[in-house]
Design a protein around this ligand. Structure first.
Ligand code: GZL
Length: 317
């Protein structure tokens, strides 16, 4: 009887291990990807890059769209861990609140690759690497360009990105530290437009109507989607975007190039969203036990009206 029981337990254990093994049980890699949402053209381009790269590499991608809620991202990560995925790619909406679930992934030996935004954790071993642009540099570049364009004199309305997101925090920091070199450049209004076109329009309308709205002669938007919303609000207020009010933003999405060609946006700093190849290189290196830098910086490029028409047809997103 004992032998039968032992055999039964062995079979039961094998079954458990089998179903908790990573992926579909064969040698196909399974990767869980927790995406913030679809709040901007940049975001959808990033999602497409990750999806298409997984397909190109024959990797099974478990995709979760958090509808812009961190709690949904945490739920997704817990599900990926329970499913025993081989690796996780996370685009963290905000910087904080990740320790508990990242500790669970680490305990299960599941490497986590961060893309596009950073996290604040005591123990940096909780993630393998962060693949993202240098947002402080992007803010500095936007400020340098605006200082040049306005001769160092501007009353600036700032449209901030998502509160507590590293992209918003650092783009603000980089811009402010650069304009501090120009006494004639002041941020006279600043509010979050949450990286969306609709909110960017709504906030810009209120800024223009509010006290001191007539003094605004420049807009710094943390992303193109908010800048495109601001352009609509400026036109509806009877002003000429790109002329009466100079506009600089970040991302480099197609809509920004179209607006520059139309003379309504003056400059965008490209923040490349096509992170799929780098993300899966990092996954494969992590699974092979290869050392990787904690931070992989994605290069940025500045585009203004003078070259927009020449490059628009070659844009990949
Ligand atoms: C940047 C990314 C930002 C984009 C926005 O890496 O986190 O979030 O600039 C997007 O368009 O919403």
């Amino acid at each position: 009887m004992t032998r039968l029981l032992t055999l039964a337990c062995a079979v039961f254990t094998m079954t458990l291990v089998g179903c908790s093994e990573s992926g579909s049980g064969d040698d196909t890699l399974t990767v869980g990807f927790s995406q913030v949402g679809a709040e901007s053209g940049w975001r959808t381009a990033e999602t497409e890059s990750i999806r298409s790269e997984a397909e190109a590499r024959g990797i099974e991608l478990k995709f979760s769209d958090a509808q812009d809620k961190q709690e949904n991202q945490i739920k997704a990560l817990n599900t990926f861990i329970a499913q025993g995925v081989d690796a996780i790619i996370l685009a963290p909406k905000v910087e904080t609140g990740w320790e508990p679930v990242l500790k669970k992934a680490k305990k299960r030996g599941i490497p986590v690759i961060l893309v596009d935004r950073g996290v604040e954790v005591e123990d940096e071993s909780l993630y393998v690497t962060l693949i993202a642009s240098d947002f402080i540099h992007e803010g500095e570049q936007a400020a340098k360009w605006l200082a040049e364009k306005t001769g160092g004199k501007a009353n600036i309305a700032e449209l901030q990105g998502t509160p507590a997101a590293s992209a918003a925090i650092e783009r603000k920091q980089g811009f402010e530290q650069e304009i501090a070199k120009h006494p004639g450049m002041k941020i006279i209004k600043s509010q979050t437009g949450d990286f969306t076109r609709s909110k960017g329009k709504e906030v810009m309308e209120a800024m223009l109507k509010g006290e001191g709205g007539d003094e605004i002669n420049a807009v710094y938007a943390h992303n193109d989607d908010m800048a495109l919303g601001a352009i609509q609000a400026i036109e509806e207020a009877g002003k000429k975007p790109g002329e009466d009010i100079i506009i600089v933003s970040i991302d480099g999405v197609r809509g920004a190039f179209e607006a520059m060609v139309a003379g309504k946006l003056n400059c965008t700093i490209e923040c490349n969203p096509l992170l799929g190849p780098m993300a899966f290189d990092a996954v494969e290196k992590a699974l092979a036990g290869e050392e990787q830098p904690k931070r992989i910086v994605v290069e940025t490029t500045i585009y203004d009206q003078s070259i927009a028409a020449d490059v628009i047809d070659s844009r990949k997103y």
